[in-house]
Design a protein around this ligand. Sequence first.
Ligand code: MOS
Length: 694
Amino acid sequence: MTVTPTRAVGTDFDRVEAAEKVTGTARYAYEHAPDRDTVYAVPVQSVIARGEVVNVDTDGALTLPGVIAAVWHGNAPRLGPADDPELALFQSRRVAYRGQLVAGVIAETLETAREAARRLRVEYAQEPHDVVLRVDHPKMYKPSKVNPAYPTDTEYGDPDAALEKAAVTVDLTYSTPAEHNNPMEPHATVAVWENDGLVVYDSNQGSSAVRDTLAGLFGLPPDAVRVIAPHVGGGFGSKGTPRPGVVLAALAAKVTGRAVKVTMTRQQMFALVGYRTPIIQRVRLGADEDGTLRAIVHDAFEQTSTVQEFAEQTTTPTRIMYAAPNRRTTHRLAPLDVPTPSWMRAPGECPGMFALESAMDELAIACGVDPIELRIRNEPETDPESGLPFSSRNLVACLREGAARFGWADRDPAPGVRREGRRLVGTGVAAATYPAYRLPSRATARAEPDGGFTVRIAAADIGTGARTALTQIAADALRTAPERVRVEVGDSALPTASLAGGSSGTASWGTAVVRACEALLRELDRYGGRRPQEAAADTTAEVEAAERLSRHAFGAQFAEVGVDVDTGEVRVSRLLGVFGVGRVINPKTARSQFIGGMTMGLGMALMEEGVMDVEFGDYLNHDFAQYHIPACADVPDIEVHWVDEVDDRLNPMGSKGIGEIGIVGTAAAVANAVHHATGVRVRDLPIRLDRLVG
Ligand code: MOS
């Protein structure tokens, strides 16, 4: 057999499941229909923010024809341990936040289940709640680490003395609100018990992890649980850990012996799937007259729930961005009676870089130095805190290329002086960064009798194009054409894999796929090409033995805005990003990731804001009528480029992750542009009309 070797990586290979998706045959979790008669479970949420469930009167619900059961603490089966107490569904009477699940109702139809849920009488013992984050909150404490495992605080040199002595200082406080994950496909599960095992069709970012969690909760060996998720309509981190809905589905299926469907409504998601914590950040920078940094101090104040600690790693990007001998970063956390915050696209880097990159703009103005020049002047040679060499770092190249493409050279730095009709126009820049993680995974590769290949790995394609990228990676590793490779993902029955999180998917799964393919080629060699052959790989040892390096992607974000002089309406007219992200596996799908991230960053800058109703103790604008995200008309021409960068020290593909860096820095670039346009510095997101006019 002769195969023409094609270099698939680096080409705009079409999504392998494109036809299924555009013809509607690609099935998402809720669309799966097991053979068993399917019934519907509806989650019932607490209407108090703190207290106890005293009783649930199910009589009114159960008399409704078609209602099968109502489950709550008083009658729910006991569950085994879970790492996340949010998943210990109905195991306690305690209510830790408004919106927490207190019961579930199961009926023959969705409509009946919803009506029965409405008729459930939940009696509470309400306690006063505390839902407002403030820097001087008496319960503010220092967590032992921040997400996922970074030191809480760092300190080098004597930052206080250096700030005292610095020729130029800025001392600024920024705030970002609660922001809520809204993937297009809501969280959904279909669960069915079969032969003492559990099968769930579930929308998630990693079926291996969901399998392990369900096995722990229901006291099963992991291989008695199967989690199937061939297609997932986005997650942004909200599906990175199992959420209560999947447990409700499994529990309801166990109680009724039926196949059970659960989906969260858009409104329910606001409390139940994790959101980005509101954060108050103080940034102090001390510099010489020419902008050379002497001290950087970055403090973050955040909230978590009383159920589960989530400590957003807000100041971690500051640890690697700029050279300065004296530096300190800290995180403090207030446990409040609020839903548990969790991962949302670039947790940490995204809000942290809003503050740092706004402060760098303010310092540039204070020093009279161009903001791009200021960043270049403070470029470190090695990681400024760990001292480790960077695997690769092309921030300066991104800034320079971005400046050339955007037309930065002609910029008049004076704020508030360019008027076009009703609008004041301005431009801004900010840097971006995101870590290049890699996690252990397993994969198998098989040479089929027909000359094709099958690669199996429990990876998750959440709409990013992961399946396609892995097909290209496998094709090159097998020295065949991508059309001959079939990649199977999205099923916990496949070799165990890490989750689609931390922009680590392609690097983690790609490494396992390459190693499995290499092993397969050796097998084929050994047996004179005789098929079928199969080989497996486990990258645990390789990942653990990796060289000590500072591994990060970098980028530069540019924005142009127009601000209506009477209404304060901000329109973003241009966004341009240049990224240094290692080798780009598929330019077409990569571009979509960057554009998506930058669009979400635009929403963060101008729109997204969970508004806490202090009396009721919950985010009140929990729907798309009141919680705003960019619509097509809000999104301008977004230009995306990347610099030539192949980082062979990271993984066999030379790639860095691309799913999250696009959102990092966008909001600062927009806020900096708004300042340039108007002379008004907005340090509290989003940049609402009332923050500009008034
Ligand atoms: Mo992403 S927030 O790491 O899924």
